[in-house]
Design a protein around this ligand. Structure first.
Ligand SMILES: Nc1nc2c(c(=O)[nH]1)N[C@H]1C(S)=C(S)[C@@H](COP(=O)(O)O)O[C@H]1N2
Ligand SMILES: [Mo]
Length: 383
């Protein structure tokens, strides 16, 4: 029990956000020496906002720090006038206001996720964890009646812009809304929410006000913001952000040489989060140092997180008791006997299905830059 969560009377006033005492008062951050001089998370653009992971101090990322990515404009929407259209293969196509959605049974999910482009280049700052409140997508679809031929659910944002179309020898641009799809099987699971709140407050404009899709355990791109229309159809949806911009190509089998016919070049859509751990902070506390980080994954239980110092062996880190299935999973490793000078720290996560976070070397046969879940060695200076 973290005592500062108790009142003088000994009654638990608020649940501590971070159950382990890793961020005790009086501890000091140890500086990282691997952060590029050009890295400036306090200077966000109107398309990207990075989280400075050195500032993580609990489970929920404050809304004004929450990472944000948008490909087009950030639309200004009148929340009271907004309607989400439900169209296509439904018995009762309709339009619902935010008030209509809020009148249905609401659910919370603590969802930790990242942009599939998150990587060491952005110091892993395209990631956050928030508590989202919304109505189950499946409940809305069931209420409207899904026709038997329906296979795919497409989500359109209010934002739009010129999108690339590459067709054989031609490349051209068409003005389109941001859109993504999921299949009916995923849509009918209990997890996806049409959400209107982040950490108990209305969504901010950056995070998709007034309503967005939340897909727990999926990469950021699936979480369509500024939701304008949910369209149910039979055919696969092949829009720009589904079929072209968000995919990964990996070499499987053979030698991996590009000319080797035994190697198969497999292309996949960006869907569930790949297993990743990241060291975010190192804090000096007494004679030891606390190495603090987070895991992102698809919701599979975590078997272990380990930390390696310089050329030492992998040592077990402790997972925080406040973690939940779709949250990011905070961990702490107590580093004893750190000597003055520069050290390299790296973490590695293993899930209950036996997946192990790959090293950067293991990912060499991934040709495209998305889904970089490689181990992330950090350099710190101990004084
Ligand atoms: N409507 C809309 N939704 C969107 C996007 C967008 O450009 N437009 N960007 C996607 C991408 S690429 C990511 S990584 C996440 C980021 O979610 P966040 O802003 O809540 O962090 O939003 C997704 N949802
Ligand atoms: Mo993204």
């Amino acid at each position: 029990m973290w005592l500062s969560g108790m009142t003088a009377a000994g009654v638990l006033a608020t649940l501590p956000e971070w159950a382990t005492p890793a961020l005790a008062q009086g501890d000091a951050d140890v500086p990282f020496t691997d952060i590029p001089a050009t890295f400036n998370p306090t200077n966000p653009t109107n398309q990207t906002r990075l989280l400075d992971i050195r500032k993580i101090d609990g489970m929920l990322t404050p809304k004004e720090q929450f990472f944000a990515i948008n490909h087009h404009n950030r639309p200004d929407i009148d929340g009271a006038a907004h309607r989400v259209k439900f169209t296509g293969l439904l018995n009762k196509p309709t339009e619902l206001s935010v008030a209509d959605l809020k009148a249905m049974k609401s659910n919370d999910v603590v969802n930790g996720y990242e942009c599939s482009g998150n990587s060491p280049r952005s110091m892993q700052g395209l990631s956050s964890c928030g508590k989202f409140t919304g109505v189950r997508l499946s409940a809305v679809l069931k209420q409207l009646g899904v026709k038997p031929s329906a296979r795919e659910v497409v989500f359109f944002g209010t934002d739009h812009g010129p999108q690339d179309v590459v067709f054989r020898q031609q490349t051209f641009k068409v003005e389109q809304q941001f859109a993504r799809s999921i299949n009916m099987e995923h849509a009918m699971k209990p997890e996806p929410l049409i959400a209107w709140a982040l950490n108990g407050d209305p969504l901010t404009k950056e995070q998709g006000f007034p309503v967005r899709l939340v897909m727990p355990g999926w990469y950021g791109v699936a979480n369509v913001k500024w939701l304008a229309e949910v369209h149910v159809q039979e055919e696969r949806f092949l829009g720009n952000y589904q079929a072209r911009w968000y995919r990964t190509m990996r070499g499987v089998g053979g030698t991996g040489e590009e000319s080797d016919m035994q190697t198969q070049w497999v292309e996949n859509e960006i869907t569930h989060l790949q297993l990743k751990s990241v060291i975010a902070r190192v804090r000096k506390g007494g004679s030891a140092h606390n190495v603090i980080g987070f895991v992102l994954n698809d919701g599979t239980p975590i078997k272990s997180v380990e930390v390696k110092v310089d050329n030492g062996s992998w040592q077990p880190a402790k997972l925080d008791s406040g973690n939940s299935q779709y949250s990011w999973k905070l961990f702490t490793y107590k580093w004893e006997g750190a000597t003055p000078g520069e050290h390299t720290l790296v973490s590695r996560v293993t899930d209950a299905s036996g997946n192990v976070q790959p090293s950067a070397d293991d990912l060499k046969r991934k040709k495209t830059f998305l889904e970089d879940n490689g181990q992330f060695p950090r350099k710190v200076m101990i004084s």
